[in-house]
Design a protein around this ligand. Structure first.
Ligand code: S3P
Length: 450
């Protein structure tokens, strides 16, 4: 499923004039994975409009087919998924290839933990480094058997059983772990309770409700949340319209915010309050962002973002906001190099176990582009003088789509061109990224300027 077997495709972003125009970004990655999974579990046919056709989501589509669901793309671009209930899932013939996708890997490990067969999982070099113990522990507590490489890493095999419900407190704020447990709980008798220390994206809970199930969510005085699900409820097919991914819109928003004179509208962006931390943070830094036309779409808030270029100031980002913008820190780090003063971004240890160690990858690239920064185990402090950074770096992307996109955005505003060593990695979440920026006036070329 991964595209990384052919030769790398270096891309270079050059200083660009103001960005102008209106664009729509591809569908939300988190919602797209879940739409395919729940569509395959519900009885009947679910139509999905706006599905993200990035490599990560296509891994989930292929896996659901291997597990026995019918997943087809229609001529009009929509997708149809037909399932027969969770107990109808079948043993996959092949190893499930999760490519670069931690979400596909962790959610599907949870799903098959309740299925009476063994499922083998593998992925790319990035996924093979990522911690799976966080999913393995609760699933084993429920009764599943998991055999993995050392440290709980991929490749691994999950042997499903009749599980027992659990009452589990997440050791890390992770929507993927929460979702793995909820998926394992679907066909498990009794009440499963997950307590999260800080609220994380709630697309799984929203989608369960959308498919007719009851989920109880209680806010705690500590700021955390308790999610309760009574197993063996019936899921009924329900059509889904996937909103544009706020994590993809983030790159367009920052590009417009840092380039003086820009005037860009991004339509149909998902604005789930557990995903909008970057937009709040950018506004606190002085960005000119307006939300227009706010509406509800299949249980998720959606709106259009109107962004104009403006001067930005450094701020301290509250650590408790991190889960609502966890994927947006790479591009916020870039933003901070354009701001005046210090931007303090701490409490981000989770960034060290994403598609790459995003603190290390970003610190190395930003330093190569002349930024002034201090690196900590849990984040960065970046000091800007309000002038564009030098740029000129050649960036190692480490199989990490968000590192590639962040540095291409930086190159549009930096004094010298910025080159990323491999633009193909962006296919995992944002097919057409470079073309969309070009349509707004961004100068991105297939060349190696180093
Ligand atoms: C995701 C949850 C987040 C996020 C990832 C998608 C999801 O990971 O970084 O890109 O769809 O549940 P964690 O839950 O591990 O923080």
């Amino acid at each position: 499923m991964t595209s990384h077997s052919s030769s790398p495709l270096p891309l270079t972003a050059h200083a660009s004039g103001p960005l102008t125009g209106t664009v729509t970004v591809p569908g939300d990655k988190s919602i797209s994975h879940r739409a395919l999974i729940f569509g395959a579990l519900a009885a009947g046919t679910t139509s999905i409009t706006g599905l993200l056709e990035g490599e990560d989501v296509l891994c989930t589509a292929a896996a659901m087919r291997q597990l026995g669901a019918t997943v087809v793309k229609n001529e009009d671009g929509s997708w149809q998924v037909t399932g027969n209930g969770i107990s109808a899932l079948a043993e996959p013939e092949q190893v499930l290839d999760m490519g670069n996708s931690g979400t596909a890997a962790r959610l599907l490990m949870g799903l098959v933990a309740a299925c009476p067969f063994t499922t083998f999982f593998a992925g790319d070099a990035s996924l093979h480094k990522r911690p799976m113990g966080r999913v393995r522990l609760p699933l084993e507590e429920m009764g599943a058997l998991i055999t993995s490489r050392s440290g709980g890493r991929f490749p691994l095999a999950v042997t499903g059983r009749e599980l027992m419900s659990i009452d589990y407190e997440l050791p890390v704020a992770s929507a993927q772990v929460k979702s793995a447990i909820l998926l394992a709980a679907l066909d498990t008798p009794g009440l499963t309770r997950v307590t999260e220390p800080k609220p994380t994206r709630d697309h799984t809970e929203n989608m369960l409700r959308h498919f007719g199930a009851t989920v109880t969510v209680t806010d705690l005085d500590t700021g955390g949340r308790v999610i309760e699900y009574e197993g063996q409820q019936e899921l009924t097919a329900a059509d889904i319209t996937v909103p544009g991914d706020p994590s993809s819109a983030a790159f367009m928003v920052v590009a417009a915010a840092i380039l003086p004179g820009s005037d860009v509208t991004i339509t149909n962006v998902g604005l789930n309050p557990l995903r909008d931390g970057l937009f709040i943070t950018l506004k606190e830094m002085g960005a000119d962002i307006k939300i227009l036309n706010k509406r509800d779409q299949a249980g998720e808030p959606v709106g259009d973002l109107h962004v104009r270029g403006s001067a930005l100031q450094g701020i301290t980002v509250p650590p408790e906001r991190a889960p609502t913008m966890i994927d947006e820190f790479p591009v916020l780090f870039v933003t901070a190099t354009f701001a005046t003063g210090k931007t303090v971004m701490r409490g981000l240890e989770e960034l060290r176990v994403k598609e790459s160690d995003r603190i290390a990858s970003m610190a190395a690239g930003l330093t190569a582009c002349g930024a002034t920064l201090e690196e900590f185990e849990d984040g960065l402090i970046i000091d800007g003088d309000g002038a564009p950074p030098e740029g000129g770096g050649r960036i190692e992307t480490h199989l990490d789509h968000r590192i590639a996109m962040s540095f291409l955005v930086m190159g549009l505003g930096a004094k010298n061109p910025v080159t990323v060593d491999d633009g193909r990695v962006m296919e995992t979440s944002f097919p057409g990224f470079a073309n969309l920026l070009r349509r707004l006036g961004g100068d991105i070329r297939e060349e190696d300027a180093s």
